[in-house]
Each structure stands twice: as C-alpha cells, then as structure tokens.
Design a protein around this ligand. Sequence first.
Ligand SMILES: NC(=O)c1ccc[n+]([C@@H]2O[C@H](COP(=O)([O-])OP(=O)(O)OC[C@H]3O[C@@H](n4cnc5c(N)ncnc54)[C@H](OP(=O)(O)O)[C@@H]3O)[C@@H](O)[C@H]2O)c1
Length: 270
Amino acid sequence: MILITGISGRLGSLIHAGAIARGLAPMAGSSKPQGIGERTRRIDFDDPDSLDLGGVSTLMIVSAGYGEDDVVIGRHERIISAAEQKGVQHIVYTSLAGEGDHLAFALAHRWTERRLQRSSADRTILRNGLYAELIADLSAPVDGIITAPFGTGRISAVARADLAEAAVTVLANPAAHRNRIYELSGTDAWSIGELADAVGVVYRPIGLGAQREHLATLPLLPFQPAMLMSIYSAAAHGFLESHRSDLQALLERPPRPSLAEALKHLGQAR
Ligand SMILES: NC(=O)c1ccc[n+]([C@@H]2O[C@H](COP(=O)([O-])OP(=O)(O)OC[C@H]3O[C@@H](n4cnc5c(N)ncnc54)[C@H](OP(=O)(O)O)[C@@H]3O)[C@@H](O)[C@H]2O)c1
C-alpha cells in the first residue's frame, strides 16, 4: 500500500489526486485531515503518536518545510524513523533541485537526503525545482509593474502539476526508480525581465536592501524573510538556472511552459 503525506497541501493534493486517477488506490495522510476514514490517516510529523505506518509498503513524504531548520529536520527524522520501524520498503521524498543549494531552506532538504541514504528503506529522491507558481507570486505586477530584486538571472521554474505527475510516475513503479535521485527543474529558464516582456508588463528591478526593508513591513513569520531573500539573491545572481533536468525523461513529454503561464494565470485570477 502507498501512503502519501501532506495531502492538504498544494503539491500533496495534486500527487494524491494523480495517484487516485492512475488507479494506485493510495492512502492519504495529513496533519489536518478533513476526516479520518478507511483511506485517510492523521499523519502529523510533529506528533509521534500519529505516525501509524502499519501496512504501508511505499511512503511518499511531501516535505513539511515552512519552519526553522531544526523544526523541519525534526519532522523528517520522525517520519523516516517511523517508516523504518514499520518496515516500509520504499520512501519517496520531495527534495530541492541542485541549483537551489544556496537557498535558506536547502539545508533541511540536504539533511533529509543524507538521512535517507543511511536508511534501511529503499529511496527515491525527487529534487524539485522552484515552483513556477511561487516565482509568479513573487513577481506579481501591481498596476502593470513588477517591482522585485530578481536582477537579470534566469530561473528554471517548474509547475507543481508536472512535479506531481513525476511523483506519481515513481509511485506507480517504485522498484524501477530504486535509489535514484532525479533533478526536476523546469526546462525553460526565464529572467523576470523576459517574463515581463512576454506577459506585457514592466519590470522595475530593485536592490536586495530595498526588498528587505519592504518585507519588514509585512506580517511574515520570523523565518520567512531569510527564505525569501535567499530566493531573490540566488535568482539575481544566476544560481537558479538549471543546466540539467530529468523532468522530461520522467514525464515522457515536454514539461508545461511554466513561468509565463503561471504569471498569466495569476493575472486572470486577480
Ligand atoms: N520547490 C519549491 O519551490 C518549494 C517552495 C516552498 C516550499 N517547498 C517545499 O515543498 C513542500 C510542499 O509545497 P506546497 O506548495 O504544497 O506547500 P503547502 O501548500 O504550503 O503545504 C505545506 C505542506 O506541508 C505539510 N505539513 C505541514 N505541517 C506538517 C506536519 N506537521 N506534518 C506533516 N506534514 C505537514 C502539509 O501537509 P498537511 O497539511 O496535509 O499535513 C503540506 O503538504 C513544502 O512543505 C516545502 O517543504 C518547495
């Protein structure tokens, strides 16, 4: 049996729906499930008593980021240990693409990869690129102007839907992807200036200091400014362009055109 964690999240819900559509009959895990039923378990990485993995052969761990490193690492350690104790055969983990190494949230992902390499379970590591929807959100124009410190660096962003489909491909036949690490960045890289031209808005780059001052005026959680600033700086200095992706091979089709599409959808939704 397959169990997918984090199914109330944006990526987890897509993986769960995709696995159902593919006939994999997955069990759903969530820290805040809508209801507990035959095919749903409360799986809260912060609550060791909830980590019931009985009967699970393949565990899809959707990373539970959005916290300080010690919090995220603690969560991942607890779910991996619980899987090992119950003899789960294969763990699939959503990590971060190689070009994301300079991002503030990379460390918890790399720690989890190391932990999985030492695990008694087989593993497949999905090194997800930056979400196109996230970059589109951070580049959302106001009155036709994108004001952001992205400089001129290109970003190889990827649609969550493509990442979910890649994950479902692995879940459908985990043995074929045993102990593999896949780099899953987008295959079309865009600078925010190119993106602005494509969707017909103006890009006004600003400095990192100005953006940090702006973030200080927003109601963010304490860890968020560092995470966001690391995305801007890595992008501006050319670190978020990928030169190697396994996405197309795993999907067996070209990836969706990601960033410009995401920005257009954002414009239509607002
Ligand atoms: N590649 C990127 O661009 C990028 C950017 C930001 C973050 N991420 C990582 O990718 C993950 C999924 O992204 P997303 O956009 O789908 O995030 P999201 O919509 O904000 O969802 C957060 C995810 O964290 C899970 N989670 C939170 N607390 C948990 C807990 N105590 N136990 C178990 N799971 C918990 C949630 O699952 P439940 O609520 O169902 O428990 C959900 O799957 C994030 O958590 C983060 O680690 C990737």
